[in-house]
Design a protein around this ligand. Structure first.
Ligand code: 6CS
Length: 356
């Protein structure tokens, strides 16, 4: 197993210790069916209450508690309770939490292959096609899961949280507009490189620090899905929001192989069924949330919302192309295979529409 690269977040462990550090036989809490739960599962997410990840985790909780008839209780820990994205990934590797969200944007230096989801303009413009690939392409899942397994993680599911949008205090309409721009990205080498290709000066920082970073002009710009730009109030300190649909924000649902393989066959089946079902559930949630929150930002009136047209998007697509070779180099044979699976899946799904 590759060396764990994350640092242990002591405060997280202290928080978990306060809640009990065993996944079994905990406390005298009562499950949804009125029985004392025999098992406690912890689910840590990287976003605050009301977010896409929160709605996923709460629905996971509801379905597990209902189907286990109260034998299992799931506690959801929103962002801020157990640390940063990297820290909750490490807690999952250590088995301190049983389930977590891990954005590939934060995993790239640990799992190079997952930087597939940092490459601009690889996915289809059609979110439904992307949903079907992420939820249903077994070859893609298995290839990436092998990479997750190498670092002590089990990949349970992948889903979109909406298109990434750029915010800044000026319009960003062509790659040259990024020249020297201090744009905050998540912490993955190829995410950073993607913006360097546009001439930007990208910088990383924790999600929780982005608002003050923008307010204090430590950074000029950031990139996130619309729902997050609204709930984290980034739009309040940025004058422009640009939608180029260059990349959907992807989240991965993880557990540890030790926990997963140690489940009874029935419980493992239940977890697999629920994570499969939630692919469709969360797609609708994210679509509605992103639409609603775009209107909130529009109505607030302080942020100009710009949709890039096809020729503007083409200029970014062209400028982004060298990143694919950088990815193949960084992610090796398995990464190259995952990229080819994704490209082929997008092409074949788009074909019928293209020939109409
Ligand atoms: O930008 C980030 O760091 C975060 N953005 C979202 C929408 N979810 C989690 C991630 O850590």
């Amino acid at each position: 197993m590759r060396k764990l690269l994350f640092s242990v977040f002591l405060a997280s462990c202290a928080a978990l210790a306060a809640c009990g550090d065993s996944s079994k036989n905990e406390a005298d809490t009562t499950g949804s069916a009125g029985n004392a739960p025999a098992e406690q599962w912890k689910f840590a997410i990287e976003e605050i209450e009301g977010s896409v990840q929160h709605q996923y985790a709460m629905e996971f909780k509801r379905r597990v508690e209902e189907r286990s008839k109260g034998r299992i209780e799931v506690t959801v820990y929103p962002y801020g309770q157990l640390g940063t994205s990297s820290q909750i990934t490490e807690l999952t590797q250590l088995g301190q939490v049983q389930f977590a969200m891990a954005s590939p944007g934060h995993l790239g230096s640990v799992i190079p292959e997952v930087q597939l989801f940092s490459l601009h303009f690889v996915f289809s413009d059609d979110e439904v096609i992307n949903k079907e690939i992420l939820a249903g392409n077994q070859a893609l899942h298995d290839t990436l899961n092998a990479a997750y397994n190498d670092v002590g993680l089990e990949l349970l599911g992948l889903f979109q949280e909406g298109w990434m949008a750029w915010t800044a205090n000026k319009p960003l309409l062509k790659p040259e507009d990024f020249e020297g721009l201090k744009i905050r990205t998540m912490n993955s080498p190829l995410l950073i490189k993607a913006y360097e290709l546009y001439g930007a000066n990208p910088t990383t920082m924790a999600y929780s620090e982005v608002y003050s970073g923008l307010q204090l002009n430590m950074i000029d710009a950031q990139v996130n899905p619309v729902f997050a730009i609204e709930e984290m109030s980034f739009y309040e300190v940025q004058s422009h929001l640009m939608r180029a649909n260059h990349l959907p924000f992807i989240a991965s649902v993880i557990t540890s192989p030790g926990f997963y393989n140690g489940l009874s066959e029935d419980d493992r089946k239940m977890v697999n069924e629920i994570t499969d079902e939630l692919g469709g559930f969360i797609f609708d949630v994210q679509r509605d949330l992103n639409q609603e929150r775009l209107e909130v930002i529009r109505e607030a009136g302080g942020t100009e919302i710009i949709e890039l047209d096809d020729s503007q998007r083409d200029a970014f697509r062209k400028a982004s192309m060298p990143i694919r070779d950088a990815y193949r180099e960084a992610a090796g044979e398995r990464g190259a295979k995952a990229l080819q699976i994704l490209i082929n899946a997008v092409e074949s799904a788009e074909q019928p529409a293209a020939s109409e």
